[in-house]
Design a protein around this ligand. Structure first.
Ligand SMILES: [Zn+2]
Length: 144
């Protein structure tokens, strides 16, 4: 992702992975454990990637991730895994929301700051170095 958000998102997936990797089925043989760890890490990364691309349309990412990987953990650890995922994804969502609020990020693409006549945010790309698109550039002149 060109805006540099994704590398920061991977910090969250790695943090989740680190907090749960030692809970992976301890009775599986070494090779299986390795395979499980890879699958768990990949699922964590998939989730934050999807979150970075579609923060507004990915509802309950923590539940999706837990459903994807719970089978790699003994039933007795699943509560702990679920908690770690909820905490980790919660932190990632908070980070993305801050980015959206500050206007630094909106699905990876900058958007015009104007509101359309229908009351919806304008979806057009702003002019280079500007906050408004060509149809709304007069707003910028007024504000300045
Ligand atoms: Zn516009």
């Amino acid at each position: 992702m060109e805006n540099g958000l994704l590398p920061r998102m991977y910090q969250y997936s790695r943090a989740i992975y680190r907090s749960i990797k030692d809970l992976i089925d301890p009775w599986a043989d070494q090779e299986t454990q390795l395979e499980y760890r890879r699958a768990v890490l990949a699922a964590c990364e998939d989730t934050v990637e999807r979150l970075a691309k579609d923060p507004r349309y990915f509802s309950k990412p923590e539940r999706t991730l837990f459903q994807d990987i719970r089978r790699y953990f003994p039933i007795t650890y699943q509560g702990q895994v679920n908690w770690a995922i909820t905490e980790g994804i919660g932190a990632a969502v908070e980070f993305i929301e801050e980015q959206i609020e500050s206007g630094a990020f909106d699905g990876g693409v900058a958007r015009c700051r104007a509101t359309t006549r229908k009351g919806k945010p304008c979806q057009r790309t702003p002019l280079p170095e500007r906050e408004y698109c060509p149809s709304h550039q007069h707003l910028e002149t007024v504000a300045a």
